[in-house]
Design a protein around this ligand. Structure first.
Ligand code: ZN
Ligand code: ZN
Length: 728
């Protein structure tokens, strides 16, 4: 601990025309009647003029009078600094004010001075001091103060015990909090609430529920505070029936349902998917303030009902940060990233400063949108507003840039980070993997180990993905073995999926099948799908048919498997089988997600659906598309309809495939962007074979770099090639 934060005093000179009486009694009187700080400072200056060495009692008086007048407490603190051997009661008063002010850490300076000058602490010193410590989570100091309280025999005082429980809980040391709590002979409802909340905050809901039962058996009556703590715990732990029982208890005992209880109830019902119950509560309540409305906004957002959330959001007059953040993340998570970003700018205009959590939603919206210009803007905003130091924000920025197609910028953020954790390394490695840069993925993986950061299960997914897409069979095999043997990580579906993919792509189909047959988990759709795709690439019909049937067993309308089977059956003239598949295809066509491509131009994002004519430049776009089609046909393109999943005539299929959303986005990009700029497209589904070929040829004909991000990875098209080497 260093010296006091403000040790020098700038004092105003007393005005010349005012004359102050200097007898101690009148001075004391004027001090007590002082109602603002500048008046008090004038008196102080006057005192110094007539008494260069003011008495102890005069300074103490001045300090006491200044406490309620100085919200920042800078002035009282500087007076305190000049005061030798301050009396305990004065220190306690100052501590009490400090424990409630904006800079509770200054309480520690007071404590330090008390210790240095041998001022004794009494039972009233500890509660405000420990409260301040809790607020700044200063565990080391808290432990020291706890030791002193024991030495002085105050550790059995219930007030001191309660603040000790609070201090340990606030510092995340719930076990230590429990040790103190268990020594309390008869804890009151406040102490119970602190310890129960401590367990909830650290995710130990079962212990929290047991303690709540224990409390009720010990005849302590629950108050509003603890009831809302319990209700939020029920919401987060998914204990709806327990929460309903508490709700009944509240109604039976005529407990006043304040806005905290009400929002906890709403959050609980929303969290367990019973949004209708939450809605009923909300509609019949009279305590409908903005806290409650905000709970409704987050509830609707969480269950994906953003329109309903927005209706309530628009009705709230005084929106706070929690409310804005809930609405923004609602949009970000329900595939409306543009709306999330629009709302964020609105919030900014309203003058509210975002919190890191809001920033994370905005960054994730940007990543989702895949728009590089917006991403650069968000990054600038992050730096300008001082969020750039936070680890989680930087990790999110890496992911955002990677998903917006700029591996370089992702790497730039990573390299500049002062501190990196396993998430930072994993995000960077996955970014390389997603972009098909296997050698850097492996390179960073070894650097990570050199930096003594232990990889986790997600890291291995990234590394194995990189290996499988680059055909690095031996490396992948070794890494998989090291994951199990060296790092004791149990492989999950994703790891096995990568291994099946690794062998499958390398035409080691026997090994791929062996992975599936020996894995201890039940293979899922993705794993059988990988094997099927490998069989398709390598023309292994028999095994492919088997894999496709396994896929359909798990997901009867899986379009890849249906298309694959119908192609085999048609080729082998197995008409009955082919008819069966076609029937399923017809029935499943309805529920399929529509393809959608986005392209960003001059800070605006344009969206295209398949055969979309809603764009204002639709005519020009289709005209350009016709031109592109005839250009690429000259270098060998012919529409590849074998993946089209509709039962229609071949000619119509050709039309449909030419109107795929990414082709429309490309045509628009070619009309509207600068000649040498890179065209970046984001597609919500996997890019189809035909569009992949089309993009390759277009990149050659127009000499343009085209980057398409599809659901799983990036395709960089340049000079007629794709970085994925047609492996995806
Ligand atoms: Zn396509
Ligand atoms: Zn590709």
């Amino acid at each position: 601990m260093s010296t006091l934060p403000c040790t020098t005093l700038s004092l105003p000179h007393p005005p010349n025309n005012t004359s102050y009486t200097t007898t101690p009694t009148t001075l004391f009187k004027s001090l007590s009647s002082s109602t603002n700080l500048s008046h008090l400072k004038q008196l102080h200056a006057q005192i110094l003029k007539s008494h260069p060495d003011p008495s102890h009692s005069l300074l103490s008086r001045l300090l006491l009078s200044s406490l309620p007048l100085s919200p920042s407490l800078h002035y009282p603190l500087s007076l305190f600094h000049q005061l030798p051997n301050p009396p305990t009661h004065l220190c306690n008063k100052l501590l009490r004010h400090l424990s409630r002010c904006r800079h509770p850490e200054n309480a520690l300076f007071v404590y330090e001075k008390m210790r240095q000058q041998g001022v004794s602490l009494d039972r009233f010193s500890f509660p405000p001091l420990l409260k301040a410590v809790s607020r700044v989570s200063a565990l080391a100091e808290g432990v020291e103060i706890h030791g002193l309280a024991c030495k002085l025999g105050f550790d059995s005082d219930p007030f001191v015990q309660t603040v000790l429980v609070r201090m340990y809980a606030a510092c995340g040391k719930v076990m230590d909090a429990r040790l103190v709590f268990d020594k309390m002979p008869s804890p009151d409802v406040v102490a119970w609430n602190i310890i129960i909340d401590g367990y909830c905050q650290s995710g130990h809901y079962d212990i929290a529920f047991n303690l709540f039962e224990e409390m009720r058996n010990s005849d302590v009556k629950p108050d509003e505070m603890i009831l809302s703590t319990m209700l939020s715990a029920c919401g987060r732990a998914g204990k709806l029936s327990y929460g309903k029982a508490i709700h009944e208890f509240i109604e039976e005992n005529d407990i006043v349902v304040d806005s905290h209880i009400l929002s906890a109830l709403i959050a609980m019902y929303a969290g367990s998917g019973s949004m209708d119950l939450a809605q009923k509560l909300f509609e019949k309540t009279s305590a409908r303030n903005f806290v409650v409305a905000t709970a409704m906004v987050s509830g609707y957002s969480k269950v994906g009902r953003v329109e309903d959330a927005r209706k309530i959001f628009d009705q709230i007059v005084q929106k706070d940060l929690v409310c804005w953040s809930a609405m923004i993340s609602g949009y970000a998570e329900s595939d409306q990233p543009q709306e999330a970003l629009r709302l964020f700018s609105e919030m900014e205009v309203s003058g509210l400063r975002p919190e890191p959590v809001t920033m994370l939603s905005v960054i994730s919206a940007c990543a989702h949108l895949g728009a590089l210009d917006q991403a650069i803007w968000v990054h600038l905003y992050v730096d300008k507003n001082g969020f750039g130091g936070a680890l989680s924000i930087n990790n999110a920025l890496i992911d955002m840039y990677a998903k917006c197609g700029s591996l370089e910028r992702a790497r730039g953020v990573f390299e500049k980070m002062p501190r990196r954790n396993v998430i930072s390394w994993t995000t960077m490695i996955s970014a390389f993997a997603m972009h098909g840069d296997a050698s850097n993925a492996l390179n960073y993986f070894s650097q990570m180990k050199i930096a003594n950061v232990e990889p986790n299960a997600v890291t291995f997914v990234g590394v194995l993905y990189a290996c499988s897409h680059a055909g690095l069979v031996e490396e992948g095999r070794q890494i998989f073995a090291s994951m199990v043997n060296e790092f004791n990580i149990n492989p999950k579906h994703k790891h096995y999926g990568c291994m099946v993919d690794l062998y499958g792509r390398a035409n080691l189909l026997r090994e791929a099948l062996e992975v599936i047959e020996t894995m201890p988990l039940a293979p899922n759709v993705v794993i059988w799908g990988s094997l099927m795709a490998a069989c398709q690439i390598h023309g292994e019909i028999e095994l492919g048919e088997f894999a496709a049937k396994q896929v359909l067993e798990l997901e009867p309308d899986h379009d890849g498997a249906l298309v694959f089977l119908s192609n085999i059956y048609a080729k082998e003239r197995r008409w009955e089988d082919a008819a069966m598949v076609r029937k399923t295809m017809k029935n499943s066509g309805i529920s399929k997600q529509r393809g959608c491509s986005r392209i960003e131009l001059k800070n605006e994002v344009h969206e295209f659906l398949m055969a979309d004519r809603s764009h204002e430049q639709a005519d020009q776009i289709y005209e350009k598309l016709n031109e592109v089609v005839s250009e690429v046909k000259q270098v060998g393109y012919s529409p590849n309809t074998c993946n089209v999943l509709v039962d229609i005539e071949e000619e119509e299929k050709k039309e449909l495939i030419l109107w795929h959303s990414e082709k429309l986005a490309l045509s628009f990009g070619l009309i509207s962007s600068k000649k040498d700029s890179c065209i970046r497209i984001v597609k919500n589904l996997r890019i189809c074979q035909d569009c992949h070929t089309f993009m390759k040829l277009a990149s050659k004909v127009y000499d343009r770099e085209i980057i398409v991000r599809d659901r799983t990875r990036f395709h960089h098209f340049k000079h007629g090639y794709c970085y994925c080497k047609d492996y995806w």
